[in-house]
Design a protein around this ligand. Structure first.
Ligand code: LIP
Length: 267
């Protein structure tokens, strides 16, 4: 069984088309490793090319819809209620370094609510898909968040703020609290895939501060349609405006949220 609807077909076809060039470009990156500048210029053009393909394909299929693009910004459509939210290459740093962990992320917003999402990891050919009320799938398999109840057994993913990003001290406090309470923390480098992996039950939770709407739009719905919960770090629903995200199952939401807010897990 899998998820098939005209909308999902449009989104997966656009992702596959954009991924073809991305994979070819990824193959070239290793040849460019000697010149750091050359690599990042090359990657920005790969990124832009993927975004152009996604924009063209989705505009052809749904002409009036607006866009929020990582590179191109906001493009208003004639249909004011629909907007595609797109990251053509989530995991850019991995891509630049030849690490095969990156994805294309496409979310569709209707009247301010995400109603469909696709996250495509071309290197493993895994197409994560979700539609509001219809569940979440990877290829032909239904997704379900993990059932782990105890922090001690849980593997948690996160994003570490790097040079030029804010919240270094706050992150170190969060890390200190979570590392002592869980079975392990991973920093894999793609927020979209971190959310998809929580939806798939591969990781039990994910948190990060200060990410962008295109990093999380598709992933938020993916986790919810897989039976999980997504909140901001205050336990509210302002992820897209604050940039702060916690995604996990219903058992771990309370304890992890407490730890991240500097309280005991059982507060
Ligand atoms: C990246 C995220 C990553 C996060 C980075 C960055 P990009 O997106 O997915 O997990 O920690 O700060 O936002 O830049 O590769 O699209």
């Amino acid at each position: 069984m899998t998820l098939r609807s005209p909308l999902i077909n449009v989104m997966t076809a656009a992702a596959r088309k954009a991924a073809r060039n991305l994979v070819r470009d990824f193959g070239e990156v290793e040849q460019l490793q000697i010149s750091v500048k050359g690599t990042s210029d090359f990657v920005s053009s790969a990124d832009l090319r993927a975004e152009k393909t996604l924009h063209a394909e989705l505009r052809k299929a749904r002409p009036g819809f607006g866009f929020l693009l990582e590179e191109g910004g906001e493009l208003k459509g004639t249909d004011a209620s629909h907007r595609w939210i797109i990251d053509p290459l989530d995991g850019t740093t991995n891509f630049i370094h030849g690490i095969p962990h990156f994805a294309i992320s496409i979310g569709l917003e209707r009247d301010g609510e995400i109603v469909a999402g696709v996250i495509y990891q071309p290197v493993t050919d895994e197409m994560f898909m979700c539609e509001k009320g219809a569940g979440a799938y990877v290829n032909d398999r239904r997704l379900r968040v993990s059932a782990r109840r105890r922090l001690d057994d849980s593997v948690v993913t996160t994003g570490i703020p790097h040079k030029g990003r804010a919240h270094h001290e706050a992150f170190l406090r969060q890390l200190g609290a979570v590392m002592g309470a869980t079975a392990g923390i991973r920093r894999m480098g793609s927020a979209a895939l971190d959310l998809a992996y929580v939806a798939a039950g591969r990781c039990d939770a994910y948190w990060e501060m200060d990410i962008k709407p295109w990093d999380m739009a598709a992933g938020i719905l993916m986790v919810r349609e897989a039976g999980g919960y997504v909140s901001d770090l205050d336990g509210g629903r302002e992820m897209m405006t604050t940039g702060d995200v916690l995604a996990t199952n219903d058992h771990l939401l309370g304890p992890l949220g407490n730890l991240l807010r500097g309280q005991p897990a059982t507060a």
